[in-house]
Ligand binder design. Structure first.
Ligand code: NI
Length: 174
């Protein structure tokens, strides 16, 4: 497994639409292994392949309790087949928007179909935090970040802050 670099907004690659995976072969499994390791190291609870610069419809998640056993989940070509019209709101963050958080309302339940780590077709009904995480990650596959749901002003303030942080990082590298 290899630690991969997580892309930070603003970065036009994060805005790309990810492509469907044709078959869950060894390379895709290796990608999922790398993504999981990168996510745990960050640390985070979800990661989409595009966040490490790979435009493939692949997501990993682990929403298990911190001190409990790990519970990695892998989703290839995830597709939401049903969504509740009731919303729930969580304060969301994102590994591509370090240090930034905002309350985002999303459907409180959603059902999806996907391929698992071994390429087997699966269906899953989700609710609560898992439903929110799935919707956040599927947004990444469409090039959408949670800041896109905020007002123009709030969004531009966050992007400005992140751009400044990036500049500072560059200076330290020298
Ligand atoms: Ni994210």
């Amino acid at each position: 497994m290899t630690l991969r670099k997580i892309l930070i907004e603003p970065n036009e690659i994060l805005r790309k639409k990810s492509l469907k995976v044709e078959s869950v072969d060894f390379d895709v499994q290796k990608l999922m292994d790398d993504m999981l390791e990168t996510m745990y190291a960050a640390p985070g609870i979800g990661l989409a392949a595009i966040q490490i610069g790979v435009p493939k419809r692949v997501i990993v998640l682990d929403i298990a309790q911190k001190d409990g056993p790990k519970n990695p989940m892998y989703f290839v070509n995830p597709e939401i087949i049903q969504k509740s019209s009731n919303n729930s709101t969580y304060e969301e963050g994102c590994l591509s928007l370090p240090g930034q958080f905002a309350e985002i309302a999303r459907s409180d339940k959603c059902s999806l179909k996907y391929l698992d780590y071994h390429g087997q077709p699966k269906e899953l009904e989700t609710e609560g935090m898992l439903a929110t995480c799935i919707q956040h990650e599927i947004d990444h596959l469409e090039g959408i970040l949670f800041i896109d749901y905020l007002s123009k002003l709030k969004k531009s303030m966050i992007v400005k802050k992140l751009s400044k942080q990036k500049e500072q990082l560059d200076r330290i590298v020298i």
